[in-house]
Design a protein around this ligand. Structure first.
Ligand code: WTA
Length: 681
């Protein structure tokens, strides 16, 4: 009950409230050259995918895949809002991403792996080689670990090919993978191990970041210990070696628990594992994401619907052709990497670049050299990377001879200024840009232009994708009409194949958080009664283009990554001196937003720099370095309402140097001036 109340509480300062308001921009048409070659240049697609033709329109996407058994019912709504797509069908994701390409494309590069160190050679993994490695890994998971369809396994892997190989090996067996972003802490991995009930943790000894070989294995030791405290025993820790044959970790391997994958794999040389035909609605993976309560939730994605949706959108929005070289710079630890590095592109037999490191290592030209060397012509990244590259090397792209036909921005709103640099300087005015708005929960794109059919508008994601019908509601549930300039809560009127099936083990929370608000009849099995609440605020222009303003809930989007404010606050409260904690989003030039942390102390403790540091370290330990607050402000008291609620709105205004508004109704108005002095001086 406590959680329920919490989730319904209105957030006092949201990203949407501190959004930068910019003017509506003019539109730019993609080049004739781009349009002439595009995979989707047929305008009737919007009619074919209109609400009248829902849900049958999605057969087009399903038919991009090879089915072991063709489905009999396109959409089963009997358990709404847990929708089942392509019911009766059987399919294997690993088969679709690997095996089926062998007949014609076994020698084609599936993955170009670029290690961070410049002196290490790029590895070109063909579809045949991917097939061999995926099979051998599947054999190891099956025979050495005893994993079978429906079991969950937690991966905590950095950006090397071992990650997609492990994912595809799981998918081959129907084992549900749950990959945790490599930058997250051992404690964060443990929480996900416990929630998913994994008994196997797959990790790596070390990886490169900013030119340094970072130890990663130590996090697995923490994860095992922390999971054990919660009663979840990890029986095996599989450790990939960054340099096969050499251990690069700092902590000892534990006998009978830790195993080197590279060593064990030798026993499975040449073994082939038949892909298991899975029911279309069988879960393919879990991806944990931050929500409105402290606990991250496992978004459960299905097999047939998800794969159909990411294959379709990779083809039509990413415009990947057989001869293209596609580079998505996201980390596979996030949904973007799952959908648009691994499953979507590989399902349509793309050649895809995977880069281990950070964009500016060793200098601002690295990305453009990779693009030039590998002849990348489709580039996909996030505003935070674009801002950073623009800041450190505004003139770098011009020095290199690459040609992008297509570019993507994803993960957070992009300012028109930044968009224009991306278009003019990175894209050399030749690339068609798509601004794709979507979420971990949605599996694939919700709003974006189809690049050959709709013009680009800087700062706007574009209209709903074919078959995705957005609607903006006000707090009372009235539709906010397009073109009024008013913001509201953006929802999707209909289900779609890529949408998550539920929150792992918590159907109630799934219904409550994403559907309850605008559901007219909780007993209804008609999809029309279940608009999906995205948690974003948006404005829809008269042309149907959507501009996203930011989160309306307790989530901060830092560098395109979602962090729960409650997660960060709980981590701060682990420090015994801390009595209260409040996190607010602060505008940041490169990261988009950053968390600012306010804490008050228990009686008898003093504010010191050491204590602030200790609190910051606790957050890094509990969650990971991406959650590190910009600043920990130790305040004598929090601004509070008379009923004792912390006024995050006021703290947010102080951190962003904006108007705090009327504070006279607070229980302690004098504290506002005190904190303002402290923060703004
Ligand atoms: C935000 C990432 C504006 C949004 C794919 C959403 C965006 C959250 C865009 C999901 C975009 C994502 N323009 N905002 N193009 N793309 N967002 O789950 O607030 O990591 O709700 O998925 O990022 O973040 P997530």
């Amino acid at each position: 009950m406590a959680e329920e109340r919490e989730e319904r509480e209105v957030v006092e300062t949201s990203e949407a409230q501190i959004a930068v308001h910019w003017q509506e921009e003019g539109v730019i048409m993609p080049s004739v050259k781009f349009i002439a070659q595009a995979n989707m240049a047929d305008e009737t697609i919007y009619d074919r995918f209109s609400l009248d033709n829902f849900p049958n329109c999605f057969k087009e996407y399903a038919d991009l895949l090879d089915w072991d058994e063709y489905w009999t019912e396109i959409l089963d709504t009997s358990d709404a809002p847990c929708f089942k797509w392509f019911k009766g069908g059987k399919i294997n994701a690993s088969y679709n991403c690997v095996d089926r390409h062998l007949a014609k494309n076994k020698n084609k590069t599936a993955i170009h792996f670029v290690p961070e160190l410049v002196e290490e050679k790029t590895e070109h993994i063909t579809y045949q080689e991917l097939y061999v490695r995926v099979n051998e890994m599947a054999a190891l998971l099956q025979d050495f670990c005893g994993l079978k369809a429906g079991d969950r396994v937690t991966l905590h892997l950095p950006m090397t090919p071992d990650l997609p190989i492990t994912m595809l090996a799981c998918a081959r067996l129907g084992v549900i993978h749950s990959q945790v972003f490599g930058g997250f802490s051992g404690k964060a991995a443990a929480d996900r191990v416990v929630d998913s009930g994994s008994t196997v943790l797959i990790t790596m000894d070390a990886y490169y970041r900013g030119g340094k070989l970072l130890d990663h294995k130590e996090k697995a030791d923490t994860a095992v210990a922390e999971a054990a405290k919660e009663g979840q025993k990890i029986e095996k820790v599989l450790v990939w070696q960054r340099y096969p044959g050499k251990y690069s970790g700092d902590t000892p391997m534990v006998d009978g628990r830790d195993y080197f994958v590279n060593e064990e794999l030798k026993k499975y040389y040449g073994v082939r594992i038949a892909p298991v035909p899975m029911p279309a609605e069988a879960p393919l993976f879990l991806m944990y994401t931050s929500g409105t309560t402290g606990k991250p939730k496992g978004c459960q994605h299905g097999t047939g619907g998800y794969l159909a949706y990411v294959a379709g959108t990779s083809k039509y929005v990413q415009d990947i052709h057989p001869e293209d070289v596609y580079w998505c710079m996201a980390d596979i630890g996030w949904i973007t990497g799952h959908s648009y590095i691994v499953y979507g592109p590989l399902a349509i037999c793309a050649s895809s670049v995977m880069y281990e490191g950070i964009p500016n290592y060793p200098d601002a030209g690295r990305c453009w050299r990779i693009a030039q060397d590998l002849d990348v012509n489709i580039f996909h990244t996030a505003p935070t990377a674009i801002r950073a590259l623009r800041k450190i090397g505004p003139d770098e792209p011009a020095k290199y001879n690459y040609y992008f036909k297509h570019m993507t921005t994803v993960g957070e709103p992009i300012e028109p200024e930044v968009w224009k640099w991306y278009y003019e300087v990175v894209g050399k005015k030749k690339a068609a840009i798509v601004d794709t708005w979507w979420q971990t929960e949605t599996g694939g794109f919700l709003c974006s232009t189809l690049p050959a059919l709709k013009p680009m508008k800087p700062g706007s994601a574009g209209p709903g994708m074919p078959g995705i019908h957005p609607i903006i509601f006000d707090d009372e549930g009235n539709e906010v009409p397009a073109g009024t300039g008013k913001a509201g809560n953006i929802c999707i009127q209909n289900p779609w194949p890529g949408m998550f099936q539920t929150i792992w083990g918590d159907r109630d929370r799934f219904v409550r958080q994403y559907f309850e608000r605008y559901c007219k009849d909780p007993k209804s099995t008609d999809w029309r009664d279940w608009p999906y609440l995205t948690g974003d605020a948006a404005v829809m222009a008269s042309d149907g283009y959507v501009r996203i303003l930011g989160r309306i809930d307790d989530v901060i989007n830092v560098s395109g990554h979602r962090l729960g404010t409650k997660e960060i606050e709980s981590a701060a409260l682990v420090v015994p001196e801390v009595a209260e904690a409040a996190v607010v989003p602060v505008r940041h030039e490169i990261k988009g937003k950053e968390p600012d942390l306010y804490v008050s102390l228990r009686p008898g403790f003093e504010a010191t720099d050491e204590l602030a540091k200790k609190i910051s370290q606790a957050i890094v330990r509990e969650i990971g370095a991406i959650a590190r607050p910009r600043k920990v402000w130790i305040v004598p008291d929090m601004p509070k309402t008379r009923s004792g609620k912390i006024m995050r709105r006021v703290l947010g205004a102080i951190s962003n140097k904006s108007d705090v508004g009327d504070v006279m109704t607070l229980a302690n108005p004098e504290i506002v001036e005190h904190i303002t002095k402290m923060v703004q001086d």
